[in-house]
Design a binder for this molecule. Structure first.
Ligand SMILES: [Zn+2]
Length: 476
């Protein structure tokens, strides 16, 4: 017990103190990389895209990779996919990769196709026009392969992480469930280890590696080394499907706006079961990215085989976006958890087109998930959405003004960003109790009595991790 003289008293002046906010699914390395890449968020046509890419090319030397992220054909005229011919004339000397806002589709220029040796690649992951010529569009694993081949360094990854961490602290986040990239896990894990060893990490990290990294973390001892209270490898992230925006999320029934398409499953049913069993047997947590109902079904079935009735390893489904009642029941029956992204609700205004009037009712059913007993934790999937947990809680409480039975109360919205986030990352459940680590977020208003629509204006006065202020208003 600290003596009274050791106690620092901070007057909250009408603010409110909360357990530290947890972002239970984000890609801080990708976000850091995005912050120094060409930002294509909000570009309304290929002309806008060309101008920003040109700016990016002017900042690097001939031959260096130029990367960008954030385009969305849904806001382009005619909603047509861009093609390499849209950027080839301005980028003859530099390989270019521009990923869509979802991160599941990318556009390569001709120089990149040449450097990568993709000219003769075949399959649905490589877009071709009606004459059979590559358009430069690549999907899913093909895009991951591209990122795997772009030169990286642990120093650069460390700088990327630190820039994101400072922003996350300002937003009131104390813990990040950090997904490391299939294409850059060596450098990213080295960066985490170096920052952790030198005591340079401000926030707590629960790390999820791709299956490709399993051999690496075992043979190098990284798994054992990153096992502390501040920095810990929790488990493995598997992708079962793609995204709704890219129409690569795997659906039980075809897309309403593309009746020949049900999306892409990355594994066979048995293939996913085999992988889940291998990881579970190592004592690790498995988190499966599944967005379409077919993928959620496949993931639930695979996780249920090792979860038993109460899922002691806290295996979880990331996104679980299209979640009809039968799948919610099955997840709940086996104690399978979920990491959800409330900001998807307000962003995916096009979802009704993809899914139609009926199915869209089962999209992001946050209230029903909690009511069914699924431990759902809040997250951003940054850089897909802003890391701001206040905005995300606001989205969960308002659903963008839509009249919905799935609207959460403040207590529920807060719980997905605190209690459930801690639980889904194997952190003790206590929040504001004596003896628990002082991971705290101080807001400038009493959020519990605010109108939900105003909550998005709440500000973060201070963020404490293990009792240390990693952000205080006006100083960081
Ligand atoms: Zn993600």
């Amino acid at each position: 017990m600290p003596s009274p003289s050791d106690t620092v008293v901070i007057e909250a002046n009408g603010g409110s103190l909360h357990p530290g906010f947890v972002d239970s699914h984000c890609h801080p390395f990708e976000y850091g990389w995005l912050k120094r890449s060409v930002n294509l968020l909000g570009v309304a046509n290929t002309t806008g895209m060309r101008l920003r890419v040109l700016g990016g090319i002017q900042r690097v030397k001939p031959g260096e990779w130029v990367s960008g992220m954030g385009w969305d054909q849904e806001i382009f005229p005619g909603r047509s996919m861009p093609s390499r011919t849209d950027i080839d004339d301005i980028s003859q000397e530099n390989p270019v990769v521009l990923s869509r806002v979802c991160g599941h589709i990318g556009l390569l220029n001709s120089r990149a196709i040449e450097v990568l040796g993709f000219e003769n690649r075949a399959g649905e992951e490589y877009g071709r026009d009606e004459r059979g010529v590559l358009t430069g569009i690549v999907r899913e694993r093909a895009l991951e392969e591209v990122y795997g081949k772009i030169p990286k360094s642990a120093e650069r990854s460390a700088a990327d992480l630190q820039s994101v961490e400072a922003e996350a602290a300002r937003l009131g986040l104390t813990t990040l469930h950090c997904i490391v990239s299939p294409g850059g896990y060596r450098e990213e894990l080295d960066a985490l280890a170096a920052l952790g060893t030198s005591g340079s990490l401000s926030l707590a990290y629960r790390v999820y590696v791709p299956p490709e990294a399993l051999g690496h973390i075992e043979s190098t001892g990284t798994w054992k080394r990153l096992a502390g209270p501040r920095l810990r490898i929790n488990g493995v992230k598997i992708y079962a499907d793609g995204s709704l925006g890219a129409r690569t999320a795997a659906l039980r029934e075809p897309y309403s706006d593309d009746p020949s398409n049900r999306g892409i499953l990355r594994y066979t049913d048995q293939g996913l079961v085999d992988l889940v069993e291998v990881i579970d047997a190592k004592g690790m947590q498995v988190v499966v990215h599944a967005i379409g109902d077919r993928a959620v079904e496949q993931a639930t079935d695979a996780l249920a085989r090792v979860a038993g009735a109460n899922n002691p390893r806290r295996h979880r489904i990331e996104h679980a976006s299209l979640l009809p009642r039968d799948l919610r029941s099955k997840m709940a029956r086996h104690g399978i958890r979920a990491a959800v992204q409330p900001l998807f609700i307000t962003s995916d205004s096009w979802a009704i087109g993809r899914l139609g009037e009926e199915r869209v009712h089962d999209l992001y059913p946050l209230k029903s998930m909690l009511a069914d007993g699924i431990v759902a934790s809040g997250s951003s999937d940054s850089p897909v959405e802003s890391m701001n947990p206040i905005l995300a809680m606001w989205a969960a409480m308002t659903r963008g003004g839509a009249d919905s039975t799935e609207i959460l109360t403040f207590a529920e919205a807060l719980s997905i960003y605190t209690t459930n986030g801690r639980s889904n990352g194997f952190d003790s459940a206590e929040g504001l109790s004596e003896g628990s680590p002082a991971n705290l977020t101080l807001l400038d208003s009493d959020a519990g009595v605010m109108h939900p629509a105003l909550f998005r204006k709440a500000g973060v006065l201070a963020t404490l991790v293990d009792g240390v202020a990693v952000h205080s208003y006006g100083t960081t």
